[in-house]
Design a binder for this molecule. Structure first.
Ligand code: G3P
Length: 217
């Protein structure tokens, strides 16, 4: 499973990259707004900075909700860097835009996916990635990881090449469960990725090794 980091924060992206486990980045308008960027120049420069750090796909989401606006914005985003993946909402216009970009071999990430039906249409339109939002489904007492499993099974059954990118990951256990569900990618907060490292027996064991090593100094 690939690890993407779900943030527009440059420092956190650098930290994840320096761990040597980062395969890509996802952003969205809310994550970008948190970084205080304003206007096209600052926004595009921020994407350029992200692309200069990571080696893999960088999802940049359009702001437009109409087809023509999505195409206009998506083409500008794609022109920033070959690593840019155009992120489009799973709406009628968004699916049309996915089809447009997939016909031009521009990578796409269909986002705000909450059902198998939505994922199916995105895959049929040729999306590179679909982003089912695990955490937001859990927030309303549905089972976000069950949706990941369902989509993975449907894509495998019908041979879709679209990658399932588990999004809205809130904690380490979401990552583990998405592994079991067969997600191609999990896009995570840095804290959830770092949580994979934590185990008290590792800390306890290292503490003992350090103390015993000191006896030999
Ligand atoms: O990639 C989508 C993700 O950023 C949404 O996360 O926690 O706002 O549901 P969250």
């Amino acid at each position: 499973m690939k690890f993407f980091i779900d943030t527009a924060n440059i420092d956190q992206i650098r930290q994840a990259h320096e761990m040597g486990i980062l395969d890509g980045v996802t952003t969205n308008p809310s994550l970008m707004a948190k970084e205080g960027v304003k206007g096209k120049e600052q926004i595009f420069n921020h994407y350029k900075t992200i692309c200069s750090i990571v080696d893999g796909p960088v999802s940049a989401e359009v702001f437009a909700t109409d087809y023509e606006g999505m195409i206009r914005e998506g083409e500008e985003l794609a022109a920033i860097d070959p690593k840019i993946t155009v992120k489009l909402p799973c709406t009628k216009d968004g699916i049309r835009a996915v089809k447009y970009f997939s016909s031009k071999n521009v990578a796409t990430n269909c986002t705000l996916v909450f059902s198998v039906g939505q994922a199916l249409l995105a895959a049929k339109a040729g999306a590179t990635f679909v982003s089912p939002f695990v955490g937001r489904l859990d927030d309303i007492s549905e089972d976000g990881v069950a949706l990941i499993s369902h989509i993975v099974n449907v894509f495998n059954c019908y041979g879709f090449q679209t990658q399932v990118l588990a999004a809205s990951i809130r904690h380490t256990n979401h990552i583990i469960r998405c592994l079991d569900a067969g997600a191609d990618v999990a896009t995570c907060p840095l804290s959830a990725i770092e949580g994979l490292l934590k185990h008290p027996l590792t800390d306890k064991g290292l503490d003992t090794f350090v103390k015993d090593a000191a006896k030999m100094q």
